[in-house]
Write a protein that binds this ligand. Structure first.
Ligand code: LFR
Length: 485
């Protein structure tokens, strides 16, 4: 039984076939492509047509390889969306969450609702990329909203293109900051309050449900058979968490990729003074769980440094960068979440500038810069875990770390050293695995997440990192706390 997962990240996308066999899940990557935003005049936008093209290309590869695909599931990064007009057409390319149109929108939003109330009703921290601020920015060029009959978040938009069905999947809906956990539906009061039309928000569906079949037009164009499209944890973070190979319930998770998400699974949303202080969010999870987490500006800093070095003619890859970082030493620390690092442009220079302005030794070499970024990420992770432990009044002994970033053994070791906890790593392709598990649940092949996690455990090799050199980071942690004050 084969299922196809599309996993769109903010820098690349993948088409992966997952097969369930002997209580194991076998993944085969069939297509990988770049997802590079385009600056069109003044705004950073997603190349949506290209992404649809890549989906079709992948479906053709599957057809030519005679893969018998039973279903398709799509997951993407959070918060971004497209607007659909009354004829069913996409009004414009979806904006990138890093576009600067939301720069002043958080303050604007507080004209309608206080920060405290917003945090309590949405459970989500006020990050400028959240859909709520993007929609407020959208109001400044109202013609698009005036013509919109639906707002579809990215995975919902792809599902719509494939099936013609407009639905809002729960996990991705919670990233908007417009979802109301108390009613289990869109927060229509808030939507009205900020001046948006209620009817553009589609009906919410849970993960693991059938959305529809491929449209006739796609089947005809590609000459392919019927295939179901199933809702998965369509927010990539939620799919990845579904695939944690955990045997018990109490663990810290660290999802690694462009962003690093540090959190725990809870049964309900949790908002208190501590979650507010630490900037924690409650994002919709799988199987009724709510993921209390913080988004940390993760490997984005590494990706952007690489991009700059490559642009400058230094032909270095991620693996070599990690090797350089392993050999280097640094005394400097940055706050990875500083606004300075948010938008794309010369990252190594920004890091140098940050060190200079904070009176620290300026990192010069590639190794030093990689080391500064990764030690600082590990310290931010430690800080966040402290916040989570305080907020939940619990102590967690195990950390599960997964996603593409676990290939970076420097980062995994630094996390163990900084937190002084054991780190279990795997799977690397957590998001695709979670996506496939949810399709399996949707098709009745897997009972629930518990069984799904056991299947993941049977399927992968996990590695362990134990704290080795805690002293150095313990000293640096005090400096980090001073820095973020
Ligand atoms: C991770 C992620 C984060 C979200 C960020 C921007 O890929 O989905 O959860 O906050 O992307 O959408």
């Amino acid at each position: 039984m084969k299922m196809l997962a599309f996993d769109f990240g903010a820098s690349s996308g993948r088409g992966i076939i997952g097969e369930l066999k002997d209580n194991k899940i076998i993944l085969k990557e069939v297509h990988r492509f770049d997802n590079e935003p385009v600056k069109l005049k003044n705004h950073l936008q997603w190349d949506f047509l290209r992404l649809v093209h890549e989906i079709k290309k992948c479906l053709l590869i599957c057809k030519n390889n005679k893969e018998d695909i039973k279903s398709i599931g799509i997951d993407t990064w959070g918060v971004d969306y497209g607007l659909i007009d009354e004829k069913g057409e996409l009004i414009n390319n979806p904006f990138h969450y890093r576009d600067n149109r939301t720069d002043d929108m958080i303050e604007k939003c507080f004209e309608y609702i206080s920060k405290d109330e917003l945090l309590y009703v949405s459970g989500i921290d006020c990050n400028q990329y959240n859909t709520i601020y993007q929609l407020l920015a959208e109001k400044e060029d109202a013609y698009r909203l005036e013509n919109a009959v639906s707002m579809l978040l990215m995975p919902d938009l792809f599902n719509y293109i494939l099936t013609g069905v407009k639905k809002a999947e729960y996990t991705i809906a919670t990233t908007t900051q417009l979802y109301d956990y108390r009613n289990g539906d869109w927060n229509y009061d808030l939507i009205e309050k900020i001046g948006l039309a209620k009817n553009i928000f589609p009906e919410i569906i849970q993960p693991g449900k059938e959305i529809g079949e491929l449209t006739d037009s796609i089947k005809k164009e590609l000459d392919i058979n019927d295939c179901k499209v199933v809702s998965v944890g369509s927010h990539d973070t939620s799919s990845a968490i579904a695939a944690i190979p955990a045997l018990d319930d109490d663990f810290i998770f660290i999802a690694t990729g462009t962003w690093v998400m540090v959190g725990v699974e809870n049964d309900d949303i949790l908002v208190n003074e501590t979650t507010k202080k630490y900037g924690l969010s409650n994002e919709g999870g799988i199987g009724g769980k709510v993921n209390l987490l913080k988004n940390i500006m993760g490997l984005w800093l590494i990706q952007e440094s690489k991009r700059q070095w490559n642009k400058d003619g230094i032909n270095i890859g991620f693996g070599e960068m990690v090797e350089e970082g392993l050999k280097a030493e640094t005394s400097s620390i940055i706050n990875p979440d500083d606004k300075l690092f948010y938008s794309p442009s010369d990252m190594p220079n920004k890091i140098k500038k940050y060190c200079e302005e904070t009176g620290q030794k300026v990192s010069e070499t590639i190794g030093e810069i990689v080391r500064v970024i990764e030690e600082s990420l590990a310290l931010t992770i430690k800080y966040t875990i402290e916040g989570i432990e305080k907020a939940t009044h619990k102590r967690y002994n195990t950390i599960h770390m997964f996603g593409g970033g676990i290939q970076d053994r420097l980062l995994c070791q630094l996390v163990a050293d900084a937190t002084e906890k054991e780190v279990i790593t795997g799977p690397k392709e957590a998001t695709s695995m979670g996506n496939i598990l949810l399709q399996g649940i949707g098709l009745g092949e897997i009972e629930d997440i518990k069984q799904g996690r056991q299947i993941v455990r049977n399927s992968i090799e996990i590695s362990r990192f134990v704290p080795e050199n805690a002293d150095d980071l313990r000293t640096k942690y005090n400096k980090y706390i001073e820095l973020i004050k």
